[in-house]
Design a protein around this ligand. Sequence first.
Ligand SMILES: Cc1cc2nc3c(=O)[nH]c(=O)nc-3n(C[C@H](O)[C@H](O)[C@H](O)COP(=O)(O)OP(=O)(O)OC[C@H]3O[C@@H](n4cnc5c(N)ncnc54)[C@H](O)[C@@H]3O)c2cc1C
Length: 383
Amino acid sequence: MPYHYTRELFSEEHEIFRASYRHFLETEADAHVDEWLKAGRVPQSFFTKAGEMGFLAVGVPEEYGGPGGDFLCRVIIAEELGYSVAGASIAPLVIGDGVSEILFHNGSEEQRHKWMPPMAKGEVRMGFAITEPDSGSDVASIRTSAVRDGDEYIINGAKTYIGNAAFADAFIVACKTQPELGMKGISMIIVEADRPGFVRGRKLEKMGSHLSGTGEIAFQDVRVPVSNLVGTEGAGMKVVMTGLNMDRITWPSIAHAASQRAFDETVTFTRNRRSFGQAIIDFQNTRFKLAEMKTELAVGRAFLDDLIRDYLKTGKLDTIRCAMAKIWLPEMEGRIIDQCVQFHGGAGYMDEYPVSRLYTAARLHRIFAGTAEIMRLMVGRSI
Ligand SMILES: Cc1cc2nc3c(=O)[nH]c(=O)nc-3n(C[C@H](O)[C@H](O)[C@H](O)COP(=O)(O)OP(=O)(O)OC[C@H]3O[C@@H](n4cnc5c(N)ncnc54)[C@H](O)[C@@H]3O)c2cc1C
């Protein structure tokens, strides 16, 4: 992603990492994404190559088979994915940072050694399943149950809108272990997709992000060993938050990078496209709107970089400021990309132009990983 301002956060090694990931995305993803869209999936060879080059589960330490990248490497992955053409179709599928974060911070040694090395190599994919047909934002009302029976849990229930549902090998599933305790009765349990009683439901057709394999899964008396519990019983929401805070840096970063891409595409397009004898960019309306976008991009960049600096200083992600980023950056993205589509005219509605794909992908960013309204509730409570 080209910078339009000085960023001193990143070292020379980070910039080398950025350039190599960008090159990887251009040659291995952007160049093939149209074929993948026709086939309806990303081939295994992409994950194998990404794993070999250390671009998957990038924060997983080397002792657990990961590339051992630092926080800034993870930010770079999000930014470059957001800026790439393919990112609009594949980002939720390949980012996988939330799941590896959850396992790393809460998983047992056995779980870390079992799942993290193959995830980092691209051999195994995991999904993360909270949402149910009757419960999304209101997580406390989930109904999927896990009842203890000796050394096993018996799991029953259904989940929907789950990323990677169509392809993942295992899921970290939010279950009620003590239904009477509401939020405090939720536990996170790993369920492998090859267990008897695990059902892959429909793959859902969506407005964008077409390659993320979003769909339904269900559990009919699925038995898993108690050792599949992630963290402790009843601590499900604490476990989830370790991944969600990271997601709330990742998705705002992707939103910013996608907006920057749309802006750059639009500057080029409006320079080349002529109407009434002049380039579109030379209408005052275009210049004014582009000036507003450039300003919003700079404001968003400053806030995100401040959050990143905070993390580098304290080693912690501030939940409220992450929620603020998750409100503002995807909403900024909505404003910017909508205007970029407008400046492309009819071309902006055509999938062969990146702004069209960026537009539909962007709509998701205000909805998942905590809706903009739930983020407002969190920020509001902090006042
Ligand atoms: C493409 C895609 C991928 C997804 N991937 C996953 C995944 O991998 N795993 C997973 O578990 N989930 C996933 N989700 C689900 C997503 O997290 C939920 O859709 C989201 O949390 C909202 O839940 P809901 O759809 O049930 O909406 P609801 O919770 O029913 O909300 C509907 C509307 O009401 C608003 N609302 C709800 N409560 C309040 C309130 N208290 N105050 C004000 N407004 C409120 C919401 O903000 C929203 O605007 C995905 C969704 C999509 C679209």
